[in-house]
Design a protein around this ligand. Structure first.
Ligand SMILES: Cc1ncc(COP(=O)(O)O)c(C=O)c1O
Length: 395
């Protein structure tokens, strides 16, 4: 199939990983030759409760027997959508009680930016250098990666950039700024956590200038960092929160949530933000089952216990640092070539690891939150054996 994959399916890079997937279960993906791959990436943080989680599969089957798509988003009352939005209202802090469901993370970013412009009547958005919020043209406008952006210029105007964790830059947020959009923990940049008091200072500056704070929880959301939402570690509540990835438990979804006061602006102009498939009932049912599983199995606490397990056992002279929180971790190696080599050799040994967007010395470890300690040990031993090999070869 590799040839047909390359011939008929549009490619995103010259060197795809190319596992020919046969089936997946729990923490493993199996290829067509029967080889098992232990998954330390979880579809880039999407498969939060593993592959083919029975509760999610059952919810999907149940909904399939009732109805699939019936009408564009927002017209008919569909129980899976309503119940999911209600569940999110229960999980989110403060007044963040109204949710708009879309199909992907980048759409959630688009929706959040439009909502902020609409609510404040202002033209500007402030974003952080080395951020990533998606790949459609609005999301790309708030991404700062000239190499990837330049071929698509012009993108949307009115974007100003600040350096994440730089308190002095906060004066770039002014009374012209509709919103500041930040990842709670910068993902592609290398799993950079906000410095002490940083997010609070951003929020304060937003309050002074009448600007909305949008936090992107697409990677950090839903127990991955040991709290239901990453921002709960930093004692701040955003005005709009963007979610996706894990929310679907393996199905495609995105959402932006805000207060009733802010969200009601979306009605005017009528149809100012619409989607056909957003909140698809089968996917909403899958999302609801995922959230219930995360809550009922206390995956927040388990993520923290598993983080400690990894930090205790994954020690090697080539690992300069382990960044991140909970099961959103990245290994920082001395050089890019070593990070690259680790990912490729691990794949050969049946362990899936992955790179980050900007920080090329980093290797991503974001397994399903349901991974067992035995599975973690197995993966850690593979990583350590490769690092030993590389230590001898490269240094
Ligand atoms: C922080 C963050 N925001 C937004 C996105 C975009 O989500 P999607 O790929 O579902 O459009 C991603 C995806 O990697 C992400 O990590």
């Amino acid at each position: 199939m590799l040839q047909d994959f390359k011939k008929f399916q549009a490619q995103t890079s010259a060197h795809p990983m190319g596992i020919e997937v046969n089936y997946a279960k729990g923490s493993y993906i199996y290829d067509r030759q029967g080889k098992a791959y232990l998954d330390f990436v979880a579809g880039v943080s999407a498969n939060v409760i593993g592959h083919q989680p029975p509760a999610v599969v059952a919810a999907i089957k149940d909904q399939l027997d009732r109805y699939m798509h019936v009408m564009v988003y927002g017209e008919f009352i569909q129980a899976p959508q309503v119940t999911l939005c209600q569940k999110l209202a229960k999980l989110l802090p403060g007044k963040l009680s109204v949710t708009y469901l879309v199909n992907s993370g980048t759409e959630a970013t688009e929706g959040a930016m439009k909502l902020a412009k609409l609510y404040t009547g202002r033209p500007e958005i402030v974003a952080a250098h080395h951020s990533y919020h998606g790949n459609t043209q609005g999301s790309m406008s708030v991404m700062d990666y000239p190499e990837r952006k330049n071929p698509f210029m012009p993108l949307i105007p009115g974007i100003r950039f600040i350096n994440f964790n730089n308190f002095d830059n906060l004066n770039r947020i002014t009374t012209k700024t509709a919103a500041v959009i930040l990842e709670t923990i910068q993902g592609g940049a290398g799993f950079i956590e906000p410095a002490d008091g940083y997010l609070k200072a951003v929020k304060e500056r937003c309050q002074q200038t009448g600007t909305l704070l949008i936090l992107d929880e697409i990677q950090t959301g839903f127990a991955r960092t040991g709290r239901m939402f990453g921002f709960e570690h930093y004692d701040v509540i955003p005005d709009i929160v963007i979610t996706g990835k894990a929310l679907g438990g393996g199905m495609p979804i995105g959402a932006f949530s805000s207060t009733p006061q802010i969200m009601q602006r979306l009605i005017n102009p009528a149809m100012g933000h619409i989607t056909t498939f957003g909140g698809h009932p089968v996917i909403a049912a899958a999302a609801l089952a995922t959230l219930e599983y995360i809550e009922n199995n206390d995956l927040k606490s388990k993520a923290l216990i598993k983080e400690q397990f990894i930090r205790q056992h994954l020690k090697h002279p080539l690992i300069k640092e382990i960044r991140g929180r909970g099961l959103m971790l990245s290994l920082i190696l001395p050089r890019e070539e070593l990070a690259n080599e680790l990912v490729l050799r691990a794949l050969k040994k049946g362990l899936i690891l992955f790179w980050l967007l900007y920080e090329k010395r980093a290797v991503r470890i974001t397994p399903p939150l349901t991974i067992s300690e035995d599975e973690l040990s197995k993966g850690i031993n593979i990583i350590l054996s490769i690092l030993d090999e590389m230590h001898n070869e490269y240094l």
